[in-house]
Design a protein around this ligand. Structure first.
Ligand code: ADP
Length: 296
């Protein structure tokens, strides 16, 4: 099973400053740090570090050169990544001295995906392959439609949740991975059991992976639920916890692991991620996950 991830790549600009700027205020910042980000990129790196063959599809714009570098350093195939004449998608993140933050995001290159790009990226994939999607790119509906026609299994992480997700044909998906916020957006409730009841009634064939932060996760397939507690770790930065989980979950599927093993590895990998600072750089390798599980 090959993994194609059609997803976003962002450059995160993190400014440390006294306080988040007020309307009309100008402030000089102390420090600027620039990180690779975007859910698509994080998930591709997580699946690749887990050991899977990962093909990333998407658009890189001006200022996004570092993103290709980190993807290829992690062994991700970039033959379906295109260059576009637009600013790369980026986030401007203000972090005040009290730790409070404020973020705005410019999607830029991530919203330049054309139908021709979709056709060409899906060409090398078919039945038995897995497509990962999140909600940070344009043309999601078309991608879902075309991948479904080709018999590709689709795994959707409906994040960030917005009205665009409601327009998608969830019946075309094989898997959905969502956290409590996304669950609430889609099902109207963040109570795990009620949320699973909703999916069981509305989409009985959909395999649902609900992540519950430090409370762990629950997976449902054909009405059978598998619960998994999170590992107890000292969380220092929960950024990319869900992306790590998604990448490891997809990699586990591609390796043909059983559900218990997939959940164990995805839970361990995301526990390691939250115990480290940063997004993509904090995602562990399969070896680190093995080591963590041996020592637990
Ligand atoms: P997201 O990052 O998308 O909001 P969650 O917060 O549900 O997703 O986290 C995904 C997974 O990461 C959880 O199911 C859990 O296994 C792991 N995780 C998240 N927070 C913690 C934590 N504080 N301690 C240990 N594991 C965690």
């Amino acid at each position: 099973m090959k993994i194609l991830n059609f997803g976003s790549c962002n450059v995160d600009h993190v400014y440390s400053m006294d306080h988040i700027v007020a309307p009309g205020e100008t402030q000089t910042t102390y420090k600027l740090e620039i990180f690779p980000g975007g859910k698509g990129l994080n998930q591709s790196i997580a699946a690749a570090r887990a050991g899977a063959a990962v093909y990333h599809a998407g658009c890189i714009g001006k200022g996004g050169e570092m993103l290709e570098k980190i993807l290829s350093e992690n062994g991700v195939d970039l033959s379906n990544v295109r260059h576009v004449d637009e600013q790369n998608g980026h986030a401007i993140i203000q972090v005040g001295s009290d730790g409070e933050n404020s973020i705005f995001l410019y999607p830029g290159s991530n919203e330049m995906i054309t139908e021709e790009h979709i056709n060409s990226a899906l060409e090398g994939f078919g039945k038995g392959d897995l497509l990962i999607l999140q909600n940070e790119i344009n043309n999601l509906e078309t991608i879902v439609e075309k991948a479904y026609e080709k018999g590709i299994s689709i795994l959707l992480n409906p994040a960030p949740f917005n009205e665009k997700i409601k327009a998608l044909k969830l019946s075309h998906l094989t898997y959905i991975i969502l956290n409590e916020t996304e669950a609430k957006g889609l099902t109207g409730t963040d109570e795990p059991e009620k949320c699973l009841d909703y999916f069981e009634t509305e989409y009985p064939e959909l395999r649902v992976m609900l992540t519950l932060g430090e409370k762990g996760s629950v997976y449902m397939e054909n009405g059978k639920k598998t619960y998994r507690e999170a590992f107890k770790v000292k969380a220092v930065d929960t950024t990319a916890a869900g992306d790590t989980f998604t990448g490891y979950f997809a990699a586990g599927l591609s390796e043909g692991l059983d559900t218990e093993e997939i959940l164990k590895r995805a839970t361990a990998a995301s526990a390691i991620t939250v115990s480290r600072m940063g997004a993509a750089p904090s995602v562990p390798t399969a070896k680190e996950v093995d080591c963590f599980l041996q020592n637990i």
